[in-house]
Design a protein around this ligand. Structure first.
Ligand code: S3P
Length: 449
């Protein structure tokens, strides 16, 4: 057995070049790994902790750049947050409606979840003025999906391009409750409005066309919010003005990070990986269903419930993959895993079709265009569709120069593809992985043998 050579080089502009040279034969992946804490749950734990009364303790927080952005925004508004670590983070909450007006611009960095969820809270703080921004990727992402329903609630928000792009300025108001029928299945939209509803008298209802991740609903309930869920109509109603109380939150491993190892273990021959302590909330497990359709050998072991979220250990063994067709309601349950699913499809027999995933075009990058371009550079056959991709598997990949486009999930997806390419792959701007998975390269180095 001979291992791949994996090196990370820091460039003069501080960006990183990840260079992967797999051996021509004999590479396999073996071992037992833990992935970092779930990004969505980490954001919500910090935010609810900040606006609850009393102390919130968070175990297993993701120490990636995105939750760090959330922590610094809420510290700037008066929450006390102990040093960030995975063992135990303590948040001293300031109570409902008590966020202080920050003396500077709140910067959400690369994090759409930070900016969109926070907007709901800021818009509902009467008498305070806030300005929010983010990095160049976030400043180009659509904010009208939250600004418009917040305006229907009476929010005052200003920004470029008809108030649709950050930087945004917010004059907090007492809002009025609405029933919002969201045109897209988006947990960020739903959560933004639920958070706005917290400090709004009356019932705020959100109905989505398909169910998006429900971490906000679960955690809001645990913190004491009054919430009713109608699963038949994908609706959630929050009764405003209930005080939240600090809780102990245990953050499970992120299935979106585990997905890289699930696909790696499936496509690298003679591999077996166990990924421990992964969140398997049914609103997130679309990737397990899609990989099962493709014939992947993945077992869920030791299934349990931890602090209100289902958790399991996932065992993957390599197997021959076949194509699949996915679209519809499964897409919101695996939206962040589609770049790595595209990599699996490149190694599957037949043509995989992914539809109804136009949302990918407004993520940290245009993930349809970028994945198609980068995989095609390696010799894959990927056609862009307006709302997805058509991927014909079975052509061998060749290592080449690739770019992450500063998108964490693109950087990691390409790294997994390069394990099964002939020759050397160089991924530019690979430091993006630290947004959600700071130890990605270390873990990659550990599992190759
Ligand atoms: C997230 C929701 C998803 C997802 C994002 C995190 C969240 O976005 O893509 O990475 O934590 O609510 P949308 O809800 O906009 O689809």
């Amino acid at each position: 057995m001979s291992a791949a050579v994996i090196t990370l080089e820091t460039q003069t502009d501080q960006s990183h070049k990840l260079i992967i040279h797999p051996p021509s034969i004999g590479l396999s992946l073996q071992g037992c790994i833990r992935v970092p804490g779930d990004k969505s749950i980490s954001h919500r734990a910090l935010m609810l902790g900040a606006i609850a009364q009393g102390e919130t303790q968070i175990e297993g927080l993701l120490l990636g750049e995105d939750p760090r952005s959330t922590a610094s925004c809420f510290q700037a508004m008066g929450a006390q947050i102990s040093q960030l670590n995975t063992e135990l983070v303590r948040v001293q909450g300031i109570g409902l409606g008590q966020l202080q007006e920050p003396i500077d611009v709140l910067n959400a960095g690369n994090s759409g979840t930070t900016l969109r969820l926070m907007l709901g809270l800021l818009a509902s703080h009467p008498g305070r003025f806030f300005t929010v921004t983010g990095d160049s990727s976030l400043r180009s992402r659509p904010m009208s999906r939250v600004v418009q329903p917040l305006q229907q609630m009476g929010a005052q928000i200003w920004g470029r391009k008809g108030n649709s792009l950050a930087p945004l300025a917010i004059q907090g108001q007492t809002l009025k409750p609405i029933h919002y029928y969201s045109p897209i299945a988006s947990a960020q939209v739903k959560s933004c409005l639920l958070l706005a509803g917290l400090f709004t008298p009356g019932e705020t209802t959100i109905t989505e066309p398909a169910l998006s991740r429900d971490h906000s609903e679960r955690m809001l309930r645990a913190f004491g919010a009054q919430l009713t869920i109608d699963p038949d109509t994908n609706s959630v109603t929050l009764n405003g003005l209930a005080q939240l109380h600090g809780q102990k939150v245990i953050v499970p491993g992120d299935i979106s990070s585990a997905a890289f190892w699930l696909v790696a273990g499936a496509i690298v021959p003679d591999s077996e990986l166990v990924i421990q302590n992964v969140g398997v909330n049914p609103t997130r497990t679309g990737i397990l269903e899609a990989l099962a359709l493709m014939g992947a050998d993945i077992q869920l072991e030791n299934q349990r419930e931890v602090a209100g979220e289902p958790v399991a250990d996932l065992r993957v063994r390599s197997s021959a993959l076949k194509s699949c067709t996915i679209g519809g309601d499964i897409i919101p349950r695996m939206i962040d895993e589609i770049p790595i699913l595209a990599v699996a499809a490149v190694f599957a027999t037949g043509t995989t079709i992914i539809r109804d995933a136009a949302e990918l075009r407004v993520k940290e990058s245009d993930r349809i265009t970028v994945m198609a371009q980068q995989l095609n550079k390696m010799g894959a056959k990927v056609n862009e569709l307006p709302d997805g991709m058509e991927i014909t598997g079975g052509t061998p990949l060749v290592g080449t120069d690739l770019d992450s486009y500063t998108d964490h999930r693109i950087a990691m997806s390409l790294a997994i593809a390069s394990l099964v390419a002939n020759g050397i792959t160089t991924i530019h701007r690979a430091e993006a992985a630290a947004i959600s998975y700071p130890d990605f390269t270390a873990t990659l180095t550990k599992v190759v043998c």
